[in-house]
Design a protein around this ligand. Structure first.
Ligand SMILES: NC(=O)c1ccc[n+]([C@@H]2O[C@H](COP(=O)([O-])OP(=O)(O)OC[C@H]3O[C@@H](n4cnc5c(N)ncnc54)[C@H](O)[C@@H]3O)[C@@H](O)[C@H]2O)c1
Length: 274
């Protein structure tokens, strides 16, 4: 094995991906499988996760699809037991379940006072609790073994005030904060073998934001144009462009890195717009 291969080696490590049937999980899962990792794809919609797992199996990779709910600790504990029976270990958790809801956003004609409180709470719960609960259930296995990595998914909305997405922004800011807190807690109480980091994707076209950014004819919406104007690289991200950052954070290449929120955003976060 070359020096670089050894540094980034994640072969045979077992990674659990929540939201494993989603768009970003699809690209990240394929990347990790190509790098030789064994995957568990958890999703509340089992058929989505199964589809992703079948694709990985067809590529010669290893993947198990399981139905689970990141908002139910008991269900997560049952899922953990199934994974341990199947693979015997858990080396990492990537918290990809998350997203937005129309009622937790403010349309251009509305003001913040039109916010749907119930939807706001649901979005907070899915993105924040849905990251915290799996981190506790699967993180405990890592703490017992004194080894493992957790990667959370934050967002540009945690760094910058982005119009309309009030609930999602608050939740992702909390995910960034929880990442730092959990990194400190794990390292101080369970040693340097456990690391907790986050990735903050810029704008990638997914099922949740496609209609906001791209018209049916493929041209950009007004909002899409504004995003591109704010992105020094002048384009949206491709989901497979997250893979390198994930493998870096999963592997020994980042073995002294914990508590960071790494933007993968074509420069969106640093750009003043001028
Ligand atoms: N696409 C983007 O541009 C972008 C940008 C920044 C951050 N993100 C974040 O990245 C993550 C993945 O985004 P995506 O675009 O792939 O979304 P996606 O909607 O394609 O995938 C999310 C998956 O989570 C699953 N899920 C929902 N509730 C669940 C629950 N309670 N338990 C288990 N699974 C559940 C869904 O069924 C879905 O398969 C999300 O946290 C999202 O907020 C996306």
């Amino acid at each position: 094995m070359s020096y670089v291969e050894e540094l980034f080696d994640i072969r045979n490590r077992v990674f659990v991906l929540t939201g494993g049937g989603g768009v970003l999980a699809g690209a990240i899962g394929e990347g990790l499988a190509k790098a030789g990792a064994k995957l568990v794809l958890l999703d509340i919609r089992l058929s989505n996760a199964q589809e992703r797992a079948e694709k990985i199996l067809a590529m010669g990779g290893k993947a198990l699809a399981l139905e689970s709910n990141v908002l139910d600790v008991k269900v997560l504990e049952e899922t953990r037991d199934i994974i341990l029976q199947h693979y015997g270990r858990i080396d990492g958790l990537i918290n990809l379940a998350g997203g937005n809801m129309p009622g937790a956003t403010i349309s251009p004609q509305q003001t913040v006072f039109d916010l749907h409180i119930t939807d706001f709470e649901k979005v907070l719960a899915l993105n924040l609790n849905g990251t915290v609960y799996p981190s506790l259930v699967f993180g405990k296995v890592m703490a017992d073994n004194r080894s493992g990595v957790i990667i959370n998914i934050s967002s540009m909305a945690a760094f910058r005030a982005i119009t309309r997405v009030v609930g999602y922004s608050a939740a992702k800011a909390a995910v960034s904060n929880f990442t730092r807190w959990m990194a400190m807690e794990m390292a101080m109480k369970f040693g340097d073998g456990i690391r907790v980091n986050a990735i903050a994707p810029g704008f990638f076209i997914g099922d949740q934001n496609r209609a906001l950014l791209i018209n049916e004819d493929g041209t950009y919406t007004e909002r899409g144009k504004k995003v591109i104007a704010q992105t020094p690289m002048g384009r949206f991200g491709e989901p497979d462009e997250l893979v390198g950052a994930v493998i870096y954070l999963c592997s020994n290449a980042s073995k002294f890195v914990t508590g960071v929120v790494l933007p993968v955003d074509g420069g969106f976060e640093v750009f003043s717009g001028v």
